[in-house]
Design a protein around this ligand. Structure first.
Ligand SMILES: [Zn+2]
Length: 199
């Protein structure tokens, strides 16, 4: 990765914006240090500190690369599906093509349908809305279950996201189990017949 002059400028600006987090007596020293950094030094600095989303780097490319944490609920060879961190409703998900594209590609449709069906099965919304957006030049498809009481986006807690992630993963396991268990279900255990109770 080689950062451009523009990116270096943006990153410097961002770092200078963080100055107030440092003790006052050190601010001038740190400010001078930031200003005197070469592009190479900045590059090393942001890599070392895992700040690659700064300076116009795409957050979704970072998620796809596994450098930024996300709550993954499904994937195929060309896309991942993750939970929205500021959902409008329970199960609000994002289909993220692994490629950085400005328009959603057709090849994302299958995973989108799969996730939509899962959400419908699990959370029983009135309907599911699909909404194409673009963040930092990366096209994303939002999958939003609508229950009829949506008002505004709210930041989800880690517990909520983990719980939804678990529930959605459970479906897959049950489906797979059902399929592989199709025959064995035939096996009828002899149920003991209880004598009718005499009141
Ligand atoms: Zn991207």
């Amino acid at each position: 990765m080689v950062i451009t002059k523009e990116e270096a400028k943006k990153i410097k600006k961002h770092l200078l914006g963080q100055l107030e987090n440092f003790p006052e007596e050190r601010r001038l020293e740190i400010k001078n240090q930031i200003n005197s950094m070469t592009n190479e030094e900045i590059e090393i600095f942001i890599e070392k500190n895992n700040l690659t989303h700064l300076g116009g780097k795409c957050i979704f490319c970072s998620i796809v690369a596994g450098k930024t944490n996300s709550y993954k609920i499904a994937s195929d060879s060309k896309n991942i599906a993750i939970l929205e961190l500021n959902p409008l409703s329970k199960g609000h998900s994002l289909i993220v093509p692994k490629e950085h594209l400005e328009k959603m590609p057709d090849y994302s449709n299958q995973l989108a349908q799969e996730v939509a069906v899962k959400l419908k099965d699990k959370f029983n919304p009135q309907e599911i809305k699909l909404n194409e957006i673009e963040i930092m030049g990366h096209a994303i498809l939002e999958i939003i279950p609508i229950y009829g009481n949506e008002s505004e986006r709210k930041q989800a807690t880690e517990e909520e996201l983990k719980e939804i992630q678990k529930e959605l993963k459970k479906i897959k396991e049950i489906e797979i189990k059902k399929k592989t268990d199709d025959k064995p279900i035939e096996k009828k255990e002899s149920i003991p017949i209880l004598p009718p109770r005499i009141p």
